[in-house]
Design a protein around this ligand. Structure first.
Ligand SMILES: [Zn+2]
Length: 196
């Protein structure tokens, strides 16, 4: 068993676009998968209930992408991130992890031998301001949740000028909501992993 900590810097400050030949791939699948083609998502009790709709919307974006995969709601939980061993509770929760430049993190576990995913936990960093409505001075919960659930599918971040319109683009900025909606390449990614 092996733990991979998957984190990223999702805070857009300045982008220096270096033209390079990364147009060759349209999505960035890492190769791990859910054997049953589904993943239960538990919501931690510290997530305000007003945010449930945004999380549901994020799951629906992937569920409606025309693959065989489904996220389903697995109930409320007090479980948090499985830092030391996987607990099979795939939780979305929040905590203040400070001014790190990281808006959210997805920790996932998989079996090295088979590539089977066994846990995926999403943390929102409450150091930063969050919005349900794309408010101009806050980060959009649904956009970031959709991106993070893409990591739960084992789709990786994309960077560079060819990827800015995709949910799996590795940056967002305040007031930005476009990552709520999957780009065709995001759709192609989940369909590649879980064909109908
Ligand atoms: Zn990411």
């Amino acid at each position: 068993m092996f733990k991979k900590i998957y984190y990223y810097f999702f805070l857009l400050v300045t982008l220096l676009f270096i033209m390079k030949t990364d147009i060759a791939f349209s999505f960035n699948y890492k190769g791990f998968y859910w054997t049953k083609g589904q993943m239960g998502v538990s919501v931690h009790v510290n997530i305000p209930s007003v945010a449930y709709g945004a999380l549901q919307g994020a799951a629906n974006a992937w569920n409606n992408a025309g693959s065989s995969f489904k996220f389903y709601y697995a109930g409320l939980t007090t479980a948090t991130t499985s830092y030391s061993s996987p607990d099979n509770i795939h939780v979305i929760w929040s905590q203040n992890t400070g001014d790190t430049g990281t808006l959210a993190v997805n920790y996932f576990w998989y079996y090295i031998s088979s590539g089977e995913l066994i846990d995926s936990d999403i943390e929102f960093n409450t150091y930063y301001p969050w919005s349900l409505s794309g408010g101009p001075n806050k980060y959009d919960i649904q956009s970031v949740a959709t991106h993070e659930l893409g990591h739960s599918l084992n789709l990786g971040d994309l960077y560079g000028p060819f990827h800015t319109e995709k949910t799996m683009y590795g940056y967002t900025s305040k007031g930005e909501t476009k990552q709520r909606t999957l780009h065709q390449d995001d759709i192609n990614g989940i369909r590649f992993i879980y064909p109908h």
